[in-house]
Design a protein. Structure first.
Length: 249
């Protein structure tokens, strides 16, 4: 209520929470009917990150294997426990931040009279790590996201606003690559390179990072690590079991 123009950033894992959903436009329309003025899908930003990653991997002189920077838990863990691997981390903001930046630019274009403080960017998150990420950004580099709401908090409200008897007004701007980011391995397959490793769960992540630091892995180009079991669909702020949400996606 503090913002004149409110934009929802749904994580791709949100779509896997709903049963018998054959068109994610119903979710996006539900967010508008719930009270948001606009929606910008994080999966769209994820596809941009995938495109940049493919180009980045073709560069000469980069530290390999390149480690994804999408999971804030992994980035934090590397900085504290595996500082030698910091140069391996992809030098790119996570999709949530990029989506927030693009959503803010889009809001200004559509509403030239709005001031920056009038625009509220709200990320719908599957995990608390992204809440901490937004709150702990420095004043020199603040987050493009203003507030974070859990998937579980908004799920039942959305059910009340998703009218499947009507054709939704807006169309999703994302594809299979963006949606696949919700599950472990989805980001890796989007680089179109089979020299990758995808692991999830904090214990597995630590084992992989140990092996990278000790140069005890086969020659790989890319490492995708997700702290939540199964990927973002396994976040503790979701509603559905990870394997069911993955099957739905």
């Amino acid at each position: 209520r503090d913002f004149k123009w409110k934009v929802a950033l749904p994580a791709p894992s949100l779509y896997g929470q709903f049963d018998n959903l054959d068109d994610i436009d119903y979710v996006l329309q539900g967010l508008l009917d719930y009270g948001f003025d606009d929606v910008y899908e994080v999966s769209r930003a994820a596809e941009l990150v995938s495109g940049y990653t493919r180009r980045y991997l073709r560069r000469e002189g980069i530290r390999r294997p390149v480690i994804s920077s999408a999971c804030p838990v992994v980035v934090r863990l590397i900085s504290l426990r595996f500082p030698f691997l910091c140069d391996n981390v992809m030098p790119l903001l996570p999709p949530m931040e990029i989506a927030g930046m693009l959503a803010r630019e889009q809001a200004r274009e559509r509403n030239p009279g709005l001031r920056d403080e009038d625009i509220g960017i709200c990320f719908i998150s599957p995990c608390p790590a992204k809440v901490s990420y937004v709150k702990n950004r420095s004043k020199q580099e603040p987050s493009f996201v203003d507030c974070v709401v859990s998937v579980s908090d908004i799920y039942f409200e959305l059910l009340n606003h998703m009218d499947r008897s009507k054709t939704p007004k807006i169309s999703s701007g994302t594809g299979m690559i963006g949606l696949s980011w919700a599950t472990s391995g989805g980001e890796s397959t989007a680089i179109f390179n089979d020299k990758y490793l995808a692991a999830d769960g904090i214990e597995n992540i630590i084992r992989v990072l140990d092996k990278i630091e000790n140069d005890d892995l086969p020659k790989l180009e890319f490492i995708e690590l997700n702290a939540c079991p199964g990927g973002c669909v396994g976040g503790v702020m979701t509603v559905e079991k990870p394997f069911i949400a993955k099957a739905r996606l």
